[in-house]
Design a protein around this ligand. Sequence first.
Ligand SMILES: Cc1ncc(COP(=O)(O)O)c(C=O)c1O
Ligand SMILES: N[C@@H](CCOP(=O)(O)O)C(=O)O
Length: 547
Amino acid sequence: MPTHTASQRYLSTRGGSYDFSFEEVVLKGLASDGGLFIPEEIPALPSDWATKWHNLSFEDLAYEIFSLYISPSEIPSADLKDIIRRSYATFRTKDVTPTVTLDKEKNIHLLELFHGPTFAFKDVALQFLGNLFEYFLVRRNEGKSGRDREHLTVVGATSGDTGSAAIYGLRGKKDVSVFIMHPHGKVSAIQEAQMTTVLDANVHNLAVDGTFDDCQDFVKALFADPEINKTHKLAAVNSINWARILAQITYYFYSYFNLIRQQSFLPASKVRFVVPTGNFGDILAGYFAKRMGLPAEKLVIATNENDILHRFWSSGKYEKHPVYGAAAEGGLAEDGVKAHSSGVKETLSPAMDILVSSNFERLLWFLAYEVYSTSADAVSQRRAQAGDHVRSWLNDLKAKGGFGVDVQILAAAQQDFSSYRVSDEETLATIKQVFSAGSAQGYVLDPHSAIGIAASLRDAEVAGPPSTHHISLSTAHPAKFSNAVEQALPEEKAYFAEKVLPEEFKGLEDKPRRVSHVKKSDGWEGVRKVVVAEVEAELQAADKAGR
Ligand SMILES: Cc1ncc(COP(=O)(O)O)c(C=O)c1O
Ligand SMILES: N[C@@H](CCOP(=O)(O)O)C(=O)O
């Protein structure tokens, strides 16, 4: 009897590595050929899933889904259940990710993903990932002491939310150091305070004078560097880590079951998921859910003015610097959004100010696998061909700043996804509109979640109620982005302070902080120097303390 199914073994999107276990994939983060790990096969749902899973708690549902991707020979069932239980015990609601109806007439529902320790959707995956790291390390280090113990050096890039969620998931954990790079001055004041006021010895914040994409490039350069890989065991917390995607699949199923329990959801009703999108990790989890068999009619990408994904879905061209639809820098694109011919644009939804969406690579692999190979080809040949296509597209992205796909690939992408770009102006108008009128009057959206709602409202014109329901993912608590909320609701400062601001945020900005600064010109080698020195200092302190 095999101990793993194909969906429990993993390969790299660039064709260079095959047959990895879940543990290897979680601890490596990025494949050595630079690709991202994906399961060799997307598992189909058990035939009785709709009845069997219908009333499960979030935790039990997570267990059923994760078991399809993790062999019990790697993590025994009782251990997996315990990791899941501990990961969601830190959430403030029993429901973990509840759904609220924002517009009863238009059937627009909001999936609230911000009830974890750092008030953003990242907690759903990063609480789990932190516990997984710990589980694997305890097992690997059993009976070992001092420098014989395996030590993980986690490196991550953040536009604000991943960083704090990773820090809260890993602070104080034994045998792990965590280094988080954020773009200096480009995260919100609360996000910066959440990260830099954590003073545990294993937490290191680096403020990089650059953009999120610079930080993400530094992370990828460190993973590709043979020198640090020889001396340090690097691990990833960004959504390049497969476990991040896996953990996010649960809430697509959970919210679907929540919806079908509602009386307004009839047997003939359809559901579309709308996702505020930056690095394409959150919506990719929805793609896996759909491919597993969740009856989602469409996955709707909602971008801010950094719209590389929207441009791809409109034109088949994936280009860092937009030429489509916009005249020149400062000009107006077709829908009135201010054009920018180079670089990332700073918007009111800074967590999505991303030029290149790293998880898009995972989708490209599946598109190439399905469109370009025939079922007559051997599976290994089909996988290799898909890897070749992905490698060639990614090489063009690096060398030429973009690539185009042919019509069949674009058509396949459009079958599962559609997309909208939402301007800052529309973001503010949506926060205001939801607060002022409708079924959820008084509800305050954060700007990222408002982008999802703006896209849902536009999509509801196309795929109209009553037969279609939209579940829009609410990715952060509004108090993390008070700047945008105050701009949208300038008269509601008192209401915000009294009814919206969580206790946990009060006084946070006045607490002592620890952060190092990195110049963009120091490059990733500068980051490497800091990482090597600070890990050594931590290990020496542990030696001294006899840990
Ligand atoms: C608040 C918020 N919304 C949306 C996103 C976009 O999610 P993804 O990068 O998975 O597409 C992010 C970060 O990436 C975020 O922090
Ligand atoms: N918005 C993110 C950007 C990093 O994305 P990730 O999902 O790949 O970790 C953030 O808040 O850091």
